[in-house]
Design a protein around this ligand. Structure first.
Ligand SMILES: N[C@@H](CCC(=O)N[C@@H](CSC=O)C(=O)NCC(=O)O)C(=O)O
Length: 308
């Protein structure tokens, strides 16, 4: 059989495939790329102006995005100690994202290597624990701006470099990242069409993880803390309806320690008439085994809103 190749067309396609990272002012460096469910799981790094250091993010591009079709984007925020690797290697999201035709972007959880004294002293503050806030305390305020990084800079970087539908975005996350997803959606009505969380730190002003990070990044004023607490933000939310989905493992060790407080979020949603489904999942813990079990439900939940 004679195989005829249209070289002009083939060249154009190849250029386009590698070319959508070359149209913007943000220089992206490709760290890795692996074919996955006919699409590609990639990792990029870039110099972030918001957090003042090199940041990495993962991006899953379904096959149609590789051919230039514009797709919705679902942002995933990870929890304490994570890099961009935990989600892409453990959650099993790519199969469902490929099926639902959504791009998934997952950034790192903090700035790294900023040479701030104490940044590597503990797993729940500093490196790997940016808590998705914009720090105001002297020591941290230059770099620890994960809230603005996620809600502004990263969105611009993604829209400038990949085939996206800019007004079709969703956000989800786990634990610290579940808190991040909820506050990003609640603080920016209309920015995201959909939001969900796995075992979120739902009321950080009242748990040990939240108090430690908020004291360090935001100082002692609790009215500032409340600006980053989903349970508080639900009460003043005034925007398009948010159909929140939360999954919580009933055997989660951090639930038992009182770090997550999902019941407080549910009370607040009920009082504020905010639609929120919380599913208590019998026997599941806090790990990525739990996340991978229910990731399909979450991506389907987002796809309903992102394609609707
Ligand atoms: N003591 C543990 C705590 C770290 C931990 O459990 N991190 C979770 C998120 S917790 C809330 O944000 C996580 O996602 N870990 C990564 C993973 O792949 O499971 C420790 O230091 O390990």
């Amino acid at each position: 059989m004679l195989l005829k190749i249209d070289f002009a067309k083939a060249k154009a396609k190849v250029l386009f495939r590698i070319g959508f990272a070359m149209t913007s002012s943000t220089k992206l460096t490709l760290v890795s790329s692996n074919k996955c469910f006919s699409g590609e799981q990639r990792v990029y790094s870039h110099e972030s102006s918001e957090v003042g250091c090199t940041m990495k993010f993962g991006i899953f591009l379904p096959a149609s995005a590789l051919d230039g079709t514009k797709l919705p984007v679902l942002y995933w925020l990870s929890g304490l100690t994570c890099t961009e690797q935990n989600f892409i290697t453990k959650a099993g999201a790519q199969r469902v994202a490929a099926k639902q035709n959504v791009i998934i972007v997952n950034p790192d959880t903090s700035p790294r290597g900023c040479n701030i004294e104490g940044e590597d002293d503990s797993y729940d503050f500093g490196t790997g624990a940016g808590f998705y806030v914009d720090a105001t305390t002297e020591k941290w305020k230059k770099n620890y701006r994960m809230y603005s990084y996620v809600t502004i800079e990263l969105i611009d970087v993604i829209n400038e470099n990949f085939p996206t539908i800019p007004d079709r975005k969703g956000i989800f996350g786990h634990s610290m990242g579940g808190h991040g997803a909820l506050i990003c959606a609640l603080k920016n009505p209309g920015l995201y069409r959909s939001v969900s969380a796995f075992a979120p730190i739902a009321h950080p002003t009242k748990c040990a993880w939240g108090k430690k990070c908020f004291t360090g990044y935001l100082g002692p004023a609790d009215h500032v803390w409340r600006e980053y607490d989903a349970t508080e933000l639900v009460k003043s939310y005034n925007g398009p309806p948010l159909d929140i989905l939360v999954d919580q493992g009933a055997s989660d060790e951090f639930l038992k320690e009182g770090q997550l407080l999902p019941e407080r979020l549910m009370e607040s949603c009920a009082e504020s008439k905010m639609p929120c489904i919380m599913r208590m999942q019998e026997g599941y813990d806090h790990s990525y085994y739990f996340i991978s079990t229910f990731i399909e439900d979450h991506i389907n939940h987002h796809a309903k809103h992102l394609h609707g």
